[in-house]
Design a protein around this ligand. Structure first.
Ligand code: GLU
Length: 380
């Protein structure tokens, strides 16, 4: 634990995610006092020379409150319109709260494509880095007003994790209304206790996290664990705690863990493998047989045409696909050497038949090991 405390204290760059419900009062209205409280803590971190980025939810919740439509389901276009109203309300509140500490804030609205497309990824990263250099505190949210289902993150836990990885943060802090990860689903078991430290994320933990979701947030504890998994695979420490708990951030930086700390994987994934697994968007799917599953998982081999049972989706050579087992469970993602139409012709064949069937053979492998990332352990 002492080592973890030192790691937290020494964190140079911190990504802080604030959930929608944290920012609301009990009547569902935006609570300016919460913005002030978080800004005070954040200003303390910045004052210690740390760099900070904030991923702030609450655009839809603030918009709903302003429209007096706190209850009831919204359609996607309604959510988008409501977010367009709420996002400036959020920024006004952050701007006011940070101006008390002479800290300038800037808004960055991102979509999934800003992570899945290399060019956009680099541009977004450059912008955020430049903001930090100019001492403009980035306040990031999903660009809800334009994000439709295909390009949506859906929840800001995932966005925050990818931002933390993009900016090589040392620590990801996720503040919601939950006190941390509990040993039982707290919505069903009021006696549930917070687990202070998680050394390894297992399926068990995902199960005990339940799918408990707050009324306005869209993530729930499961998506926070997923965020910790994504951050952890890049060597980043994650803290999950309650943003309603006064001083939670100050105490954390002081080594007092009022929530759950999730340690990163000992072995970091390379940038490419991390991108393949967590940020890249698959264009298609390959279902493979048991022999090929074993070759990929246990023998760390490449995927050959002989192991491919089925090819789904439209993709070209060089694009990203999911690799699933016979039951459809995802086990890896990778960049293919052959497009979907060629693959349909050579699936199930031995490599020495590729030339004869396609008229040429550039590669033996459907996916070379170097361009393949196998999903970790038994996580969901
Ligand atoms: N981007 C959404 C908003 O600002 C929040 C998504 C989430 O709850 O994680 O309203």
């Amino acid at each position: 634990m002492e080592k973890c405390r030192a790691r937290i204290r020494q964190a140079r760059r911190v990504a802080l995610k604030v959930g929608s419900q944290v920012l609301l009062d009990k009547n569902g209205r935006v609570d300016p006092a919460v913005f002030s409280r978080i800004a005070l803590a954040a200003a303390g971190l910045i004052g210690q020379g740390k760099e900070l980025v904030i991923v702030s939810s609450g655009a839809i919740a603030s918009g709903r409150a302003a429209l007096s439509r706190e209850k009831g389901l919204l359609t996607l276009p309604e959510k988008q319109a409501v977010a367009s109203l709420g996002q400036p309300i959020l920024m006004r509140n952050w701007g006011r709260a940070f101006s008390e500490h002479q800290i300038l804030v800037g808004q960055a609205l991102l979509t999934h494509d800003d992570f899945s497309q290399r060019q956009r990824y680099l541009h977004s990263r450059n912008t955020l880095e430049q903001m930090l250099k100019l001492k403009i505190l980035p306040i990031i949210n999903e660009n809800d007003a334009v994000a439709v289902e295909e390009i949506k993150f859906g929840d800001n836990d995932l966005l925050a994790a990818l931002v933390a990885v993009m900016l090589k943060a040392d620590l990801l802090v996720i503040l919601s209304v939950a006190p941390g990860l509990c040993d039982l689903d707290p919505l069903i078991h009021p006696e549930a206790k917070v687990i202070p430290i998680v050394r390894e994320l297992s399926r068990n933990l995902y199960e005990c996290a339940g799918s408990g979701k707050s009324e306005t947030g869209s993530g729930g504890m499961e998506s926070k664990l997923r965020a910790a998994e994504i951050a952890g695979a890049a060597g980043i420490l994650t803290f999950i705690g309650s943003g309603k708990e006064p001083g939670v951030l100050e105490k954390l930086m002081d080594g007092k863990i009022l929530g759950t700390l999730i340690l990163p994987d000992k072995q970091k994934l390379s940038g490419l493998k991390h991108w393949l697994l967590f940020a890249g968007k698959a264009k298609g799917e390959l279902r493979i047989d048991q022999g090929a599953v074993k070759a990929l998982k246990e023998q760390k081999k490449s995927l050959l045409p002989s192991g491919v049972l089925e090819v789904k989706g439209k993709f070209l050579a060089g694009e990203l696909v999911r690799v699933v087992d016979e039951q459809g469970k995802e086990l890896a993602k990778g960049l293919v050497n052959y497009g979907a139409s060629d693959l349909k012709r050579i699936k199930g064949m031995r490599t020495d038949r590729i030339q004869e069937i396609l008229g040429s053979k550039d590669y033996d492998e459907v996916i070379h090991r170097d361009n393949l990332a196998v999903s970790g352990r038994d996580k969901v």
